[in-house]
Design a protein around this ligand. Sequence first.
Ligand SMILES: Nc1ncnc2c1ncn2[C@@H]1O[C@H](COP(=O)(O)OP(=O)(O)O)[C@@H](O)[C@H]1O
Ligand SMILES: [Mg+2]
Length: 433
Amino acid sequence: MSSSFPRRFGKYLLLRPLAKGGMGEIYMAALGQIDGFEKLCVIKKVLSERGDPSKAKRFLDEAKVVLRLSHSALVNTFDAGEVDGEFYIAMEMVEGKDLREVWNRCVRMRHRIPIEVALHVAREVARVLAYVHGYGNLRLVHRDIAPPNIMLGYNGDVKLTDFGLARSELKEEKTQPGVVFGRAAYLAPEQARGEVADARTDVYTLAIVLWELLTGQQYLPISGLDPGAGLALVRHPKPMPPSSRAPWIAPELDKVVLRALAPDRQQRTQSAEEFRLALSDVIAQVAPRTDPARVVELMQAIFEDVIDKERAERDHFLKEVIPIFRESVPEPAPREMTPPLPLESLAAAEGRVVSQSNGHNSAPAQARRRPTMGGQAEEEKDEEDNGARLPGVTPVPDTAERRRARREAAMRVLAELAAEDAGDTPSPQQGSK
Ligand SMILES: Nc1ncnc2c1ncn2[C@@H]1O[C@H](COP(=O)(O)OP(=O)(O)O)[C@@H](O)[C@H]1O
Ligand SMILES: [Mg+2]
């Protein structure tokens, strides 16, 4: 199978890899047949080890569950299926970052995560967990509440993702007994003992995330320990109030967090809804300005540079890369396939090759300009082309030379974006799945 980008995948165009994790590969993708009317989305595939049918089955189990769910604090999954023996789910693309990336940025910029943001995120996740846990008597449990699975939108949205480890009545294939999935630092004691997770397990792991957001420290410092000692710590944690590390935390908030962190499930906050209500009460007392606007402020403060670059990248995909690809690689059926885009395009999209990325003398004037915010460069091109068109719709280039020039320009911008992205990757500080 070709690994070049963009490439067709059923009714989708895969644009570039986004992430690779435990359950599958994640791609930025586009859906839509007509230039200018594509919708960007995210495709998650099973890893290509097709020899492992239980993995594929777990993936399909996940798909069946998540396709039925609908909640504003949940990444919306709208399609699932199979292409050439590979299973996938398609979901909305969150314009934002996961909480691990937010955390790492904050560490690097020495920017404290505001208490309002910590509380808002926790309350939103508790709200969506209450929905998920109560959904249709399926006894759904997420089982992997951890920073990489909580997305923060630049618009202030908080969205839970990755039901790869969800457990429900829908599951045809039971997880093998004794197998511990998920990351050790975000496991509840009962999970570490190999017991069946329930709604209170998600409450516990959400409380770990909240504790860490409030204190800026890791709740269970297991990274330096040998596996045996680490597991013992996860199984028998000694809960500490957040104020032991962050003295400004009010006693009321300490109490709510500690109750959700009770190692014994019987002593713990019994449901996500109960946790949400307790958080709402404490927010009213200690942080009444908590709302999505605080998330927007934080995201703009720490990702100011990235937000513009990502917007330019999305515009570039929609207005240049996709139309050029469609033109160069016609639909496979019923016509014969033409060769895909040259290898450099793939390499540029993957950030592997950055050759001639600073070449400012090979392309004609209209293709040289790097689109800053998309619209501006588009407008300048519009002046050169005659004929009516919808705003934002890229005109089809009319000569082979123009096509080549536009393609070269597109590849340069992609290469630059990829190179900048590569220099922006922080080292992980928290759980990484
Ligand atoms: N819908 C999405 N929009 C944007 N980024 C996403 C989306 N879904 C996942 N991601 C990113 O990809 C990473 C891995 O996705 P996830 O579904 O958690 O897969 P895994 O099973 O590998 O953990 C996430 O931590 C997040 O950074
Ligand atoms: Mg994940």
